[in-house]
Design a protein around this ligand. Structure first.
Ligand SMILES: [Zn+2]
Length: 374
């Protein structure tokens, strides 16, 4: 099977984030094992979805991890030209959900496996495929907890998010929070008898905007656009009717932090403001729904130099999107982003990848394997 054939299989699994993924895991496992890789399926605490870790080459040696996520965002856009879960070729473009983000990377990596399996490898190559990345990297932490049992301390991890095959050394960290305020309902003519949850939330919103302003002037990192940590309220819901005191208001916000800044610390002033509402009789729930740290890999690390050699291109300091790379780095594993396709095609209708992009990625993986030969 070539990369296109494999991508066709992978796209046919509607492995939408937040749903069970047994089908795609089973297919990938069978493929990997048929080419001599040892595979461990690592079920997550949800019970119906799993990460997958596989290795080829000597187990007792340190090797490189090729990391990708098996989940995709939903394909609910109405403007898809064809079935998003059926790979469609048009010229040199292959259309389908996940083609760029990031089943294309998985397909290129898997297509390279038969050739790699024949090489006398001195160091192993590992395949770390995760679930629910699109929900804020929920799957991969469970795999990283096990990494000490799965392989010798890795030399580095390549995260194949679409980067046009340029190695990327940094991204911001993120934390998403959900705040629920419960008050007491009643007729709008007697606001004195209820507890208006929307009114209460305005204090939390004000605290958010204060933090937004403060961040503009702190912790500048010129590698990023914008060069500072940011925060935004993404959703707010509450109230049923104009003449009823709303007893529930829910808000979601996220922080994006430059390297060296903890994204959850950015939320502390807001959290304290929300929790103080309990003094006025409100019930407040604060939940961090997802979080991952920033990535920052120095240009002179062996991994960054290796990737420049493999891609014949200079590495870039930073991208604006987040990935699992920050979690690998936090787990003590050097990590870098490099994958086929363009992030601008992700999360939209008619997502595609080009055949030459798949070929370039497969070539990079084979070059990596060649550096690990005896
Ligand atoms: Zn992705």
């Amino acid at each position: 099977m070539n990369a296109k054939d494999i991508l066709e299989q992978l796209v046919s699994f509607p492995s939408v984030v937040g749903t069970p993924n047994g089908d795609i895991v089973a297919w990938v496992k069978t493929y990997l094992e048929s080419h001599g890789a040892t595979v461990t399926v690592l079920p997550g605490p949800e019970g119906d979805r799993a990460n997958l870790f596989a290795s080829i080459g000597p187990k007792d040696q340190s090797g490189y991890i090729l990391s990708g996520h098996m989940d995709v965002v939903s394909a609910s856009e109405r403007t898809w030209t064809s079935d998003p879960f059926r790979l469609r070729a048009e010229g040199d473009r292959l259309f389908g959900r996940g083609a760029s983000d990031m089943k294309g990377f998985l397909a290129a990596v898997l297509a390279g496996l038969p050739a790699i399996a024949k090489m006398p490898l001195r160091h192993p190559i590992h395949f770390a495929f995760s679930y629910d990345e699109e929900a804020g990297c929920r799957g991969v932490p469970h795999m990283l907890q096990q990494i000490g049992n799965l392989c010798a301390p890795p030399l580095g991890a390549i995260i194949g998010e679409p980067s046009s095959m340029v190695a990327i050394r940094g991204h911001k960290g993120k934390a998403a929070a959900r705040i629920e305020i419960q008050g007491a309902t009643g007729h709008s003519s007697r606001p004195d008898k209820g507890l208006n949850a929307i009114h209460a939330m305005t204090a939390v919103m004000s605290a958010t905007l204060e933090t937004v302003d403060a961040l503009r002037n702190s912790d500048l990192d010129r590698n990023f656009e914008p060069p500072y940590s940011t925060l935004q309220i993404g959703t707010i819901t509450g109230g049923r009717s104009v003449n009823i005191i709303p007893n529930l208001c829910i808000m979601e916000l996220e922080a994006r932090a430059v390297p060296g800044v903890s994204p959850t610390v950015l939320l502390e002033h807001i959290k304290a403001t929300a929790e103080a509402l309990a003094n006025d009789g409100f019930r407040v729930t604060w939940e961090i729904s997802s979080t991952y740290p920033a990535l920052s890999l120095n240009a002179d690390t062996p991994l960054a130099r290796l990737m420049e050699e493999l891609t014949s291109a200079q590495s870039l300091a930073a991208v604006s999107y987040g990935t699992e790379a920050g979690l690998y780095q936090a787990a003590g594993i050097d990590a870098i982003i490099c994958g086929p396709g363009d992030i601008s095609r992700a999360h939209r209708a008619d997502e595609f990848i080009r055949l030459d992009e798949l070929a370039a990625c497969e070539e990079m993986i084979l070059r990596l394997a060649k550096t690990l030969q005896r």
